[in-house]
Design a protein around this ligand. Structure first.
Ligand code: HEC
Length: 272
């Protein structure tokens, strides 16, 4: 009897971290997945999703060990099968999530991201049935006696989990407001005053260069070469090895660009 108590204690103890982390990672994951826009609050949710996911990954195996140890010998086929599926779905989520967190998400490995999404739906469905079958069997077996549905998740842990989720949402919106108050925005205009337009209204003519607004864009909007390389890995390697990558550092080129910027005002931004 004493031993059983301590196994339950251990599971409850691990559930204290596992349950809030799982709830926050599921919540933040689905919020970013179901809202299809690129905004600051979404970026905060992404960050929280990664950290809560790491917590889930750390506590999952010790939790599962305690859970299995406690329920060993229970014969409830449907609870068992859905539990196994839920565990495998979570392992799939952790594996694909770890890959994406460390190596990033890219088009060539899109199937990893697709598996991450698929596993998350599988986890939700199997977890739901796992809990439903469990409740059903508790309801049937303990008729008349006092029923305890969630032994390993005491009320305070349930409260802690919901509290964590609500706190997360409040934090995200406070951080977004803070960011908005500090954000200076983009300055989409030429750096050179009195920029000349010898080829008509378009600032880049006679070049065929285009921008979305058909005018200058803040350089902060443009990623550097290494940023491009995070997706276009192979072509960036080839480019880095080529003399083309030296183009903008060529002394006579830099000199000419700077002269034009100064005298003719053709370039929006002199090269330093
Ligand atoms: C987040 C990933 C990502 C980043 C970062 C990125 N690209 Fe791309 N790029 C893509 C994808 C995906 C396509 C294919 C789009 C399509 O086919 O509709 C593409 C297509 C292109 C193409 C067209 C290639 C072709 O064969 O038609 C060029 C050129 C290009 N990118 C240049 C760049 C440059 C330059 C940068 C850096 C300033 C950059 N990309 C940054 C993902 C990225």
């Amino acid at each position: 009897m004493q031993k059983k108590e301590s196994v339950l204690d251990k599971e409850q103890h691990r559930m204290r971290l596992f349950s809030p982390a799982l709830l926050v990672s599921i919540g933040s994951g689905f919020i970013t997945f179901l809202t299809n826009e690129y905004s600051v609050w979404q970026q905060w949710f992404f960050l929280i999703h990664i950290f809560s996911g790491v917590l889930v990954a750390i506590v999952f195996i010790p939790y599962l060990y305690a859970h299995i140890k406690r329920i060993l010998g229970n014969r409830r086929l449907f609870v068992f099968i859905t539990g196994i599926f839920a565990a495998f779905s979570l392992i799939g989520l952790i594996a694909t999530g770890t890959y994406i967190s460390i190596l990033g998400q890219n088009e060539a490995q899109r199937w990893i991201y697709d598996w991450h999404i698929l596993s998350s739906y599988l986890l939700l469905a199997t977890l739901l049935f796992h809990i439903l079958f469990h409740c059903f069997s508790v309801f049937n077996s303990k008729r008349g006696r006092q029923r305890v549905y969630f032994q390993s998740i005491p009320r305070e842990v349930q409260r802690l989990s919901v509290f964590s989720l609500i706190t997360t949402v409040i934090c995200v919106f406070s951080l977004t407001a803070l960011y908005a108050s500090m954000y200076t925005g983009y300055l989409d205009q030429g750096v050179v005053q009195n920029y000349e337009y010898p080829y008509g209204a378009h600032p880049f003519r006679p070049s065929q260069t285009e921008t979305l607004n058909q005018s200058f864009v803040d350089e902060k909007r443009i990623g550097g070469s290494f940023k491009c390389g995070s997706c276009h890995e192979e072509i960036t390697k080839q480019w880095m090895a080529s003399i083309h990558s030296q183009g903008a550092s060529d002394v006579s080129y830099v000199k000419n660009v700077n002269l034009l910027a100064k005298k003719k005002r053709y370039f929006s931004d002199p090269i330093l």
